[in-house]
Design a protein around this ligand. Structure first.
Ligand SMILES: Cc1ncc(COP(=O)(O)O)c(C=O)c1O
Length: 401
C-alpha cells in the first residue's frame, strides 16, 4: 500500500542539508564528550541591540499584538523606505515593499508567485544552500552559474550572456555573498545590467541581506540600474545586520505587480509577519546606525586573523573576502593526502569529516554551496574560539602525509 506520507515529487529532490549533516555529526561527538568548535553557523554573535528589544516590549505593552496588514505595517514599510533612501539612494513606495517572516520567505513568495514547472533560475555559485532547494520546491529548475576564486567568485557578463536561455525566468545574485564573502562592485553590477537589458524576459533577484556587513563600498543593484527596477526584486532584512535572526523579519522591494502576487501568497501562508517583530525592526532601521560600523570593524579584524592563519597552513588557500562573515578557502591541496588514522582525503567532504574527527573543528564542505574543493567557515565567533580553531586546523593540515 502506498504511504500517505510519502514525499511529493516536488519535495523528493530536496536533499538533507549538508550543514545539518555536519552539525549532527558535531553534536554526536559533543555528546560523546569531545571538545568541538563549530564554525558553521550563519548568524552574528552580537546580541540584538537593547533599544530594539525595548521597542518590541513597548509595542507589546501598547497592544500591538494583533494581525497586521499582510504586506507589513505601514510604519515598518515607511522605515524601510527611509533606510533605503539613506543607505541606497532610492525610496521604494509602500506598494513596492512587502515584509515577510525572514528574508527566506521573500524568496519563497517570489518564486512561488512566478515559476511554472521547468522554468529556470540561474544561481551564481557558490550559493547559499537554500537557493536551489527553494527553487525546486516552487517547481522551478535551479541552474548553477559556477564562478571561480580567480574571478573573485563573481559572475562575469560573458558567462551570464552565455547562460541565459528562453527558459530563464530569474537570475539570482547575492552580494555580499554567503558563502564566499564576495561583493559585486558598481562596475560589476553595471556590466551585468548591460547584459540583462538585452534579456527582457529575465527577472533579477538580488539578495542584499549582508549589505551592512561589508568592508568595501556597497552598491544596491537597484541604485546601479534604476531602469531595470521594473523587473528587479531586492531582498533584504534585519537578521544579519542588526543581529536579529530570531525575530524573523525580511523584506522584498520590487515592482507592484510582483509584490501584490507575493502578498497574495503570503496571505495564504502566514497572514503576515509578527507584529512585535515588525516594531522591533522599525526601531533597528531608525535607531543609531553607528553600531553597524563598530561591529563591522570588529568583524574585519576577526576576518584578518583567520585569513592569515589559514593561509599559513600551506594547505588551505584562503582569499580574503570583502563582506558577510564567511571565508571560503580552497582545500584541494589536501586531496590525495592521508590522515594519521590512515584515511585518504579525496573531497571537501572528506576533509571536513576528517578534521572534525581528528581535531574537533566543524566546517562545511563547499559542495553544499555548489562548489566542491572548498570549505566554508564563519568567523562570527569569539577571537579565542577562532584562534583555537586555527591552531587545530594548522595541526591537522601539518599531520597530513
Ligand atoms: C544569503 C542569505 N539570504 C537569506 C538568508 C535568510 O535570512 P532570514 O534569516 O532573514 O530568513 C540567509 C541566512 O542565512 C542568507 O545567508
Amino acid at each position: 500500500m502506498s504511504d500517505p506520507f510519502r514525499r511529493s515529487a516536488r519535495i523528493e529532490a530536496v536533499e538533507l542539508s549538508e550543514i545539518l549533516r555536519i552539525s549532527e555529526l558535531a553534536d554526536a561527538l559533543k555528546r560523546a564528550g569531545r571538545d568541538i568548535i563549530t564554525l558553521g553557523t550563519g548568524e552574528p554573535d552580537f546580541p540584538t541591540p537593547p533599544h530594539v528589544v525595548e521597542a518590541a516590549h513597548q509595542a507589546a505593552l501598547a497592544g500591538q499584538t494583533s494581525y497586521t496588514l499582510t504586506a507589513g505595517t505601514l510604519d515598518l514599510r515607511d522605515a524601510i523606505a527611509e533606510a533605503c533612501q539613506r543607505d541606497n539612494g532610492y525610496r521604494p513606495e509602500r506598494g513596492e515593499t512587502v515584509v515577510s517572516t525572514g528574508a527566506k520567505q521573500i524568496l519563497y513568495n517570489a518564486f512561488a508567485a512566478t515559476l511554472d514547472p521547468g522554468d529556470e533560475v540561474l544561481i551564481a555559485a557558490p550559493y547559499w544552500t537554500s537557493y536551489p532547494d527553494i527553487v525546486t520546491v516552487c517547481g522551478g529548475k535551479p541552474v548553477p552559474l559556477p564562478t571561480t576564486a580567480e574571478a573573485g567568485f563573481r559572475v562575469t557578463p560573458d558567462q551570464l550572456r552565455a547562460a541565459i536561455t528562453d527558459r530563464t525566468r530569474w537570475l539570482l545574485l547575492n552580494t555580499p555573498s554567503n558563502p564566499s564573502g564576495a561583493v559585486y562592485g558598481r562596475e560589476d553590477l553595471e556590466a551585468l545590467a548591460e547584459v540583462l537589458r538585452d534579456a527582457p524576459h529575465v527577472g533579477i533577484m538580488v539578495d542584499e541581506i549582508y549589505q551592512h556587513i561589508c568592508y568595501v563600498p556597497f552598491h544596491s543593484f537597484r541604485s546601479v540600474a534604476p531602469d531595470l527596477a521594473d523587473r528587479t526584486l531586492i531582498v533584504n532584512g534585519v537578521s544579519k545586520s542588526y543581529a536579529m535572526t530570531g525575530w524573523r523579519i525580511g523584506w522584498g522591494i520590487g515592482p507592484k505587480r510582483l509584490i501584490s502576487a507575493m502578498i497574495a501568497i503570503q496571505s495564504q501562508i502566514t497572514s503576515g509577519p509578527s507584529s512585535v517583530s515588525q516594531a522591533a525592526a522599525a526601531a533597528a532601521l531608525r535607531g543609531d546606525q553607528q553600531l553597524l560600523a563598530e561591529r563591522n570593524d570588529d568583524f574585519r579584524e576577526r576576518r584578518n586573523i583567520v585569513v592569515e592563519a589559514l593561509n599559513a597552513t600551506g594547505v588551505l588557500s584562503c582569499p580574503s573576502a570583502d563582506g558577510a562573515f564567511y571565508l571560503f578557502p580552497g582545500c584541494s591541496a589536501a586531496f590525495g593526502k592521508t590522515t594519521t588514522s590512515g584515511r585518504r582525503i579525496e573531497t571537501d567532504a572528506d576533509f571536513c569529516e576528517a578534521l572534525l574527527e581528528q581535531e574537533g573543528v566543524a566546517l562545511v564542505p563547499g559542495r553544499a554551496f555548489g562548489t566542491p574543493g572548498y570549505v566554508r567557515l564563519s568567523y562570527a565567533y569569539s577571537r579565542a574560539s577562532l584562534k583555537e580553531a586555527a591552531t587545530r586546523i594548522a595541526r591537522f593540515c601539518a599531520s597530513l602525509t
